[in-house]
Design a protein around this ligand. Sequence first.
Ligand code: ATP
Ligand code: ZN
Ligand code: ZN
Length: 806
Amino acid sequence: MIAEVYIDIPANPVNKPFDYRVPEPYRDLLEPGMRVTVPFGRTRRLGFVTALKESSEFTRLKSIDAIEDHLPVLTTELLELGRWLADTTVCATVAAYQAMLPAVLKADYKKVVKVEDPKQLKKQHPNLAGLFESKGQLLWAELVKNDVNLLTSINHALRKGSLSIHQLVRNQATAKHVAVVSASVSAERMKLEYSQLSDRAKRQKEALYYFIHRSDSATFHPTMQALTNEGLSRDAILKLAEKELLRIDQVEQFRNPYKRAIEHTEPLKLTDEQANALAPILQSMDKNEHRVFLCHGVTGSGKTEIYLQSIQHVLERKQQAIVLVPEISLTPQMVVRFKGRFGDHVAVMHSGLSRGEKYDEWRKIREEKVQVVVGARSAIFAPFNNLGLIIIDEEHESSYKQEDMPRYHARDIAIHRAQDHQCPVVLGSATPSLESFARARKQVYTLLSLKQRVNHRPLPSVHIVDLREEMRQGNHSVFSKELLEKIKDRLQKKEQTVLFLNRRGYATFVMCRSCGTVVECPHCDISLTYHRAQHLLKCHYCGYEQAVSDTCPTCGSDAMRFFGTGTQKVEAELSRLIPEARVIRMDVDTTRKKGSHERLLRQFGEEKADILLGTQMIAKGLDFPKVTLVGVLAADSLLHLADFRASEKTFQLVTQVAGRAGRHDLPGEVVIQSYSPDHYAVLDAARHDYESFYNQEMALRRLGSYPPFYYLVLICLTHPEPAKVAEAAERIALILKKHLSDSSQIYGPVVPAVAKIKDRYRYQCMVKYKREPALLPVLHRIMQHFQEGGKNGLQVSIDLNPVALM
Ligand SMILES: Nc1ncnc2c1ncn2[C@@H]1O[C@H](COP(=O)(O)OP(=O)(O)OP(=O)(O)O)[C@@H](O)[C@H]1O
Ligand SMILES: [Zn+2]
Ligand SMILES: [Zn+2]
């Protein structure tokens, strides 16, 4: 028997399966979708078995070393999905497979250097030999850690054969086990043994007695931990196990990241709008029919309840459901809503879990111990076998697009899988992406509209404040007079305020007031950001940091000053203006520690603070009854990004933030501060008018030939030498022009807004097209021919339907 194996090197030259012989004892065990270790070149690597066959066109095949799984980690469906993904996003098949699995299932490679000929090594490289001492091998990382200059000696020794290099494959997946104790003989037998035990074996008698006097002794199997907690002796239990009166089993245990008890909730009685939206979803399930629904519902219209009740139907049909939620709104509040309704049927997957926890959640899905997964982007690959529904909440969110290989969009994967399973997809949003809404208009998707908040609570009233006017009146604070007054008013009424500051494009930078010099990263073409906590300037692209200095590197004056506003600065200003206000700040700095996100939100929910001040991460999903005021400090900070989606993002963000106010009994109010108060994205968000925004924005997209009228491909090249990257970009543009049809437009090569990142120069080419059958084949060829890899090679990335053009 022969296995086709994809080796886990995501580089293109090996983007094909290799044939391996399957040794006799493995023949009954091996299935496609399992991972194996195989000899590859002079190393051993992990690989995925994608097919089994009787013969190979190649002779002299190597054999598989070991099977790594007892159950395929990739189902037949996922194996096919991976091939499709690799084809349509132009990446290596194995990179697609890796993206589908939790990180622990990827091999952790460690290189070791082995001494092959100690005598020769000692003679030629005594310093090296000294490092090895009596050890036969050292980790590569440890060896070069001592002294990078050793590399030349190591290379020489490798060539002479006195040293050799090996890869260590270590399977990282570890399940957590607990010891469970149970009786292995009848109660009568235990009683007999008890009477025969000498009185000196007091502890053993105690333990035995404990088991004898339980009416359920046949099914009673407490953990060892629980027994010792009761005061029983561990040694005594071990002795009884030796005597085969008790038995101890190691039982696999799932880590439980949500230890808090969650209150069970019952389905709510739906509003008419909700019922009208739910019915066609259920119908489509019952007909086993694939359809895509776009559920466009204003904030607070009760979309989540529709999701919950459609999932309930999935469970009744003994099927499974995937719910995608953007990473930042995967808050404990959100998790509780799903666990509260479906309890242990739910697995949760997000980046806040440890590797072990993620692996456990994944196994619950694979072993069909749960029927629902709620998770961020990659949960779309949940290995369910009988999907009944896929839900994507906040479908407009750009985080559904993965920015590394494979550059997939979760929405595309959802639709592909739902076609396979003949089940519906529900896309939900208060501010759908233009792409999805356009498809709904064309009836490719079915539109479900919820125009009212639940119980006809009004949408909050919105005031726009012109920040230019404030400036003219001499107010240089980040708070307009109006916003400040309203915050004070809420403080008096004991109501709560949410303040939103968009960090991006609004970060703090340092500029010389006398010559205008901005301190930039020496490796990237971008200004450094001031971090107050550590009093350092940092690069947000490469992590470079340097001390803050008062003197200008260009003109030598001491007029270096901070510009812009960060959350810390706003917090400081708040405490100056309203010292009595209790403020909780939520940003990357205050939420870095595990659990801090949850803790801060809980404190705010328990009204331990008056004001919640935060970045993007507070824009979504929050639902607190006492919040009656929302302030957006600078609505247009996104508007001036060099990106065709800038207006759309602004509209979405402002609408979402405003939607946090007045969701319960108290009416809500929103203050939007802006330097461009007349911009349609700001105005339409203030008026809660999605369709007006949609129409305006679509007109502009049509004029600029942007999506959804055209599709885009962005090809980005980087190289340490500007001339090399320019030349390669030129050649790629020529290839595109030669092979693509006249209806496609090719732009570039151009230098993008950020011209250099991590000392690598960047060039871009862009293609706009409507229908282009030649596209994928050409892109695959470009990838194969130009990708050199390595630190000094050319790197090419191809992004179909990019979400950002930076
Ligand atoms: N049928 C119903 N009867 C009573 N209350 C409901 C009903 N449906 C939803 N709610 C409540 O209304 C509030 C808003 O609902 P939900 O959070 O689902 O809205 P949403 O559309 O998802 O909002 P957003 O897009 O702003 O997150 C919640 O507190 C929810 O419990
Ligand atoms: Zn200067
Ligand atoms: Zn940098």
